[in-house]
Every structure is written in C-alpha cells, then in structure tokens.
Design a protein around this ligand. Structure first.
Ligand SMILES: NC(=O)c1ccc[n+]([C@@H]2O[C@H](COP(=O)([O-])OP(=O)(O)OC[C@H]3O[C@@H](n4cnc5c(N)ncnc54)[C@H](OP(=O)(O)O)[C@@H]3O)[C@@H](O)[C@H]2O)c1
Length: 268
C-alpha cells in the first residue's frame, strides 16, 4: 500500500533513539523528508546519517524560545514548513516513576508537565499556522497507556500525559475543516535501549536481541505481560505513526491509538 508519504516534510522530536528513531526510520523508508531531533547532536546526527534524513534539529523543548529554535532549525533543514509533526520527545523528567502521588514535589509535577505536555503544545503552536496556510497537517502526540490507566506511582508523569491527551482532543476539534488532524499514540511497555540494557544485564547476555529479552521478561514474569504475551518494540509504534501521518488518514482526528498489546482494559 502506498501511504503517499513521499516528499512529505516531517519533524520527529526525540528521534535520536527509541520509539522516535523507529518512527523517523519508517517515515524515511516511506520516502518522507525527515528531521531527527534530540538534545545530543552526535546521537541525532548518527541516526540522521543512518536513515538518510534531511537533517537534524537539536535542543531542549522546555521553553518557548528553545522550541522556536528547534522549529527554525527543522524548517531550514527541510527547506519548507513542517507537514507532519510527531511530538515524541518525553519520558519521566525526573527518571523516577516509583513515588506515590503525595511524595512527589510540586516542582517535579511542573517539570513533567513541561517535558510531556508543554513541549508538544509549543511545537503545535509553531507548526499549525503554516499547516493552516497549506491546508494540510498531521500532528501525532506520543502519550502513554498510563495517561488513561494510571499506576499508583508516577502521577507526575502520567498526569502530564493525560493533559497531552486532553490538549490533543481540544486541538483536533479547534482545527475544523483545515485539513489538519491531531491524534495521540499511546505506547504500553516498549523495549527501548534502556530496557534492553536492563534485560541484557539481568540475564547476563550482552548479545540478546529485543525479542529475546522480551521473551525472557515474559517467561520470568519480570513485567506483567499484556494479552499479546510480549512487550512492544519501537517498530510497533512506527507502523501506526506512519498510518496516521498519511494523507489517506484525513478522517481520523481527536483519537487515541493504543499500541500496548492489550494492556489497557478499556472499551476504547
Ligand atoms: N518506552 C516506553 O515503554 C514508553 C511507554 C509509554 C510512553 N512512552 C513515551 O514514548 C516517547 C519516547 O520514549 P522512548 O522510550 O522511546 O524514550 P528514549 O528511548 O529515552 O528516547 C527519548 C528521545 O527523546 C529525546 N529527549 C528526551 N527528553 C528530551 C527533552 N527534555 N527535550 C528534548 N529531547 C528529549 C532523547 O534524545 P536526547 O537524549 O539526545 O535528548 C531521545 O531521542 C516518550 O514521550 C515516552 O514518554 C514510552
């Protein structure tokens, strides 16, 4: 199937590793012009060279000015406006999702809100005017299964992701008839490098593949496996991101796509 992504201009934030890297790679494979983003230039340039990207855009997204600089660098590399915006950068800004709600400082709630909600808000504010002029845009905000099914721990992170879902539905509704769609993509537990390293160390084999580590996690019940019986891999997300980024997906907006192997027990 031709997703009609050839030549489309895309920015994938946080694409120097993990889910973002897989999304950038698949978009590039589909012929899109992709800008790889991260805070570390060396890592981003390595991925960009590997996937034959249009270029890189480097920097934090934690203030309006920093996000504007990333946006400008991306547009320069693409030689035009961003048509496909994948707001993927994020994760727990404190690296600690193991605290009960009342033990998390208000500063940590704010910091996670910046990293997981406002980073995406800022880039939407920067991209939507051009998308409106062009009458075409695809916005995909990477959220999390915990946005709709929070754990008892890590409410600073999960609450920020819930806000991102809320923002996305509002945004989609506000862009009536403009040819712009906005959706969230919500991963379950996905085997990114950090988890892979943990697994290889735990099982004492530095050469284990993603799939092998995931299978051992399942066999030894390290994680509660979702109904599909394995953890996700970044490519699982990339498939859905490319589908939502396609011009063929113009009737899908304000939706939340769960890519979690069935982890979230919900009718939608
Ligand atoms: N993996 C999972 O199980 C899982 C589950 C649910 C949701 N998610 C969500 O999926 C997204 C990607 O996660 P991942 O697991 O693929 O993460 P990852 O492998 O750690 O990659 C994170 C990417 O984002 C960049 N980044 C991180 N914080 C940033 C910041 N403050 N400003 C700018 N760039 C930043 C990193 O690049 P640099 O380090 O170079 O800056 C890297 O490219 C996140 O939004 C996360 O919340 C992941």
């Amino acid at each position: 199937m031709d997703l009609q992504l050839k030549g489309r201009r895309a920015l994938v934030t946080g694409s120097s590793s993990g889910i973002g890297e897989a999304v950038a790679r698949m978009l590039a494979d589909e012929g899109a012009a992709v800008v790889v983003h991260g805070r570390n230039r060396e890592r981003a340039e390595k991925v960009a060279a590997d996937i034959n990207a249009a270029g890189v855009a480097i920097g934090e997204l934690s203030t309006d000015a920093l996000a504007a600089s990333v946006h400008a660098e991306a547009c320069a590399a693409l030689g035009g406006n961003i048509e496909i915006l994948i707001n993927n950068a994020g994760g727990s800004s404190t690296g600690n999702t193991a605290r009960p709600p009342i033990e998390i400082s208000t500063d940590d709630y704010i910091s996670n809100y910046h990293a997981n909600a406002l980073a995406a808000v800022r880039l939407c504010q920067l991209c939507v005017p051009d998308m409106t002029a062009a009458k075409f845009g695809r916005i995909i905000n990477v959220s999390s299964a915990v946005a709709v099914q929070p754990n008892n721990l890590g409410a600073d992170y999960s609450g920020a992701k819930s806000a991102l879902n809320n923002f996305t539905v509002s945004l989609a509704g506000s862009l009536k008839g403009l040819g712009i769609t906005a959706n969230t993509l919500s991963p379950g537990i996905i085997m990114v490098d950090g988890l892979l390293r943990f697994g290889r160390q735990k099982f004492g084999d530095p050469d284990m593949s993603f799939e092998e580590v995931s299978e051992r996690f399942a066999a030894e019940k390290v994680f509660d496996m979702p109904p599909v019986g394995r953890l996700g891999i970044p490519r699982d997300l990339a498939v859905v991101a490319c589908m939502l980024a396609s011009p063929l997906s113009g009737f899908i907006t304000g939706a939340n796509y769960r890519v979690d192997g069935g982890q979230v027990r919900s009718l939608n």
